[in-house]
Design a protein around this ligand. Structure first.
Ligand code: G6P
Length: 613
């Protein structure tokens, strides 16, 4: 987590840095800070607990004149979120300044040694240790700024994306990464560095994604990339795919709402060009490349965290239903710590919106080390997971800024649907007729999502009735079960109401004890397999006076007698249910959070991209 942004060039740095930080605020919002390096070779450092807007207000009309500068938005790990622990941090002699995203794992031993040698620290952060180390190496070895940074990084264990400024070397800055993302924007007589491309896209479309273990030495005209062990690399300039509109709110009050309403388009974008209904074929380069392996595969393992893990659960149903391959879905954070049995025949799929989640990356590394084929389903182009996998599929949902994932989830599910069907075809476990039927259905989904979104006002009225609840239960069976989990997670994340997702029939084995007249119970009760059984589960809830909100199939009149509220979604193939049933649950949690005056886009304690383990 944490967002970093830096600028060197002919423009005023401060407005660029602050605007960039606002775009990166989804990565953390405990504190923000900037360091500007002016023509008098002075640092102007401003830091503030809270949001970037708090920083801006505290800077006010103070001097910000500089053409070089950097800023940081923090998600606290080492040290409380206060002004002192906010980045940037200065070295003891004030010569160097640093911003850092990641964790220096061996900071305690480095710090102890530095203290023994007379260093005095101002903050509790791991980051300050690194800048003191750089100062010491520069002084003791009489090496250049660049050498001091490079040499210090050889002593560091952990993950980082850092930018460092030096007062006596005002003409360039240094960026470096290992395990945390870093993008460099290449402009005309200017360069930008950021955690992702959103602070850069307004100024240039030419970017370089720095690789792990690389440093970039950047002045306003030129850029040198080298490895920590001092090998010069040729930077590869890529053109950005995102545009400015996609990272602005476009008339919506919140990014989350904008992203919910984008789903007809984002689902379409994730299958666009990949399906050919008439021929009943699917083109997915990453899957096609492994045709032989997939024909005989014995097992798929899916790893992910949070919402992406829920998409993985949907994937399990899809792969087993259509491709008839056993699937295990694992929390990435658990998978790697329990000595899992993985071998060369396994196909391991990592699902991640950001492509940067530390636990997911580590799980993939483990799978790779055991010889498994590793595959990524990611949204952020050029992120770490797509760069380390054997193959993959981008979800093409476009930038997702709201911390609670919405359109990325449905795009992940769409990509998984295509993968399952494509593998099924390769393995001969699906007929052409059936495949054509499913692809035809998939093409109707964007319009059906559009239709589902029409319930927004009605869902708002339900939200008003349950917004003060302290608990909520979400129930579903089959494909509805991961959706129940996802609905509960959405409510927890943004409205701070305790919510649990449960398989509807499992309710009898525990959660039923919680049900009383105050408990809203959201039930996925569409007319698919298990419909009758789910209706029985609803009756069990009603008998205990629970308030039932049913997600039902359009035209089902019978359910009105069973539930307090019914939200209809269009009829669909059961395998496509997650793509529709998720939408009302996203809207419900959104409206409840707004009514409770919660910060929908930046819920407390959360960050969009969790780059620490
Ligand atoms: C964080 C976010 C979630 C997300 C999860 C996994 O917890 O707040 O919305 O689902 O990380 O992130 P990933 O980028 O790997 O999908």
């Amino acid at each position: 987590m944490c967002g970093i942004v830096a600028y060197i060039g002919h423009r005023e740095a401060y407005p660029i840095v602050v605007k960039g930080l606002k775009r990166l605020e989804y990565r953390g919002y405990d504190s923000a800070g900037v360091a500007l390096l002016n023509e008098k070779k002075e640092f102007l450092v401003y830091k503030k607990t809270g949001k970037v807007s708090d920083l801006e207000a505290s800077v006010g009309t103070q001097d910000t004149h500089a053409h070089t500068g950097m800023g940081h938005t923090r998600w606290a790990t080492h040290g409380a979120p206060n002004d002192l622990n906010a980045h940037p941090h200065l070295s003891q002699n004030g010569e160097f300044a640093i911003i850092h995203n990641g964790i220096i794992e061996n900071y305690a031993s480095l710090k102890k040694a530095l203290i023994d040698r007379g260093h005095i620290f101002k903050s509790e952060t791991d980051t300050e240790v690194l800048i003191h180390l750089i100062e010491e190496i520069a002084k003791n070895n009489e090496v250049t700024f660049e050498e001091a940074v490079r040499m210090s990084l050889t002593q560091v264990v952990g993950a980082y994306a850092i930018v460092i400024l030096s007062k006596t070397n005002p003409n360039y800055l240094i960026g470096a990464r290992k395990g945390s993302p870093m993008v460099i924007g290449v402009g005309e007589g200017e360069h930008f560095i950021a955690s992702d491309a959103t602070p850069i896209v307004e100024y240039t479309r030419n970017v370089i994604y720095l690789n792990d273990g690389e440093l970039a030495i950047v002045d306003n005209q030129k850029l040198t990339v080298k490895t920590i062990d001092n090998t010069i690399k040729t930077p590869y300039i890529q053109e950005l795919e995102i545009n400015l509109e996609s990272i602005e709110k476009g008339g919506f009050d919140h990014f989350m709402m904008k992203e919910i309403f984008e789903q007809p388009r984002s689902i379409l974008d994730s299958y666009r060009g990949r399906i050919h209904v008439n021929e009943a074929t699917i083109t997915m380069a990453g899957i096609d490349a492994f045709e032989d392996k997939l024909k005989n595969i014995k097992r798929i393992i899916i790893v992910g965290c949070g919402t992406s893990w829920h998409a993985g659960l949907v994937g399990e149903y899809l792969f087993e239903d259509f491709a008839r391959i056993p699937v295990e879905v694992e929390y990435a954070s658990e998978f790697r710590y329990r000595n899992p049995i993985i071998n060369e025949d396994d196909f391991v799929i990592a699902i991640s919106q950001s492509g940067e989640t530390a636990d997911t990356l580590a799980a993939l590394e483990l799978a790779k080390s055991k010889g498994a084929t590793i595959f990524g389903i990611c949204n952020v182009v050029g992120s770490s997971i797509p760069r380390m996998t054997d193959a993959g599929a981008y979800t093409h949902a476009g930038p997702e800024i709201g911390v609670a994932s919405t359109k990325a989830f449905t795009a992940q599910v769409t990509a998984l649907t295509l993968m399952a069907l494509s593998i099924a075809q390769k393995r001969g476990t699906i007929s052409t007729v059936r495949l054509r039927e499913l692809l035809t259905e998939l093409e109707t989904i964007p319009a059906k999502v559009e239709k589902t979104l029409e319930s927004n006002d009605y869902i708002k009225t339900i939200a008003a009735q349950i917004k003060d609840t302290r608990n909520a239960l979400y129930l579903g069976r089959g494909y509805g079960f991961p959706i129940a989990l996802e609905g509960a997670l959405k409510l927890k994340e943004i409205s701070y109401i305790h919510a649990e997702g449960y398989p509807a029939a499992e309710m009898k084995h525990g959660p039923i004890a919680l049900i009383d007249e105050e408990m809203p119970v959201v039930v996925i009760a569409t007319q698919h397999s298990n419909y009758e059984k789910v209706i029985s589960n609803i009756q069990e809830v009603r008998a205990r006076k629970g308030k039932v909100i049913a997600i039902a199939t359009k035209g089902d009149e019978h359910i009105k007698e069973q539930a307090d509220h019914v939200i209809y979604i269009p009829e669909c193939e059961e395998a496509m249910l997650p793509l529709l049933a998720t939408i009302p649950l996203q809207l419900l949690s959104y409206h409840i959070a707004v009514m409770r005056e919660c910060n929908v886009d930046q819920p407390r304690n959360l960050a969009k991209s969790v780059t620490v383990e």
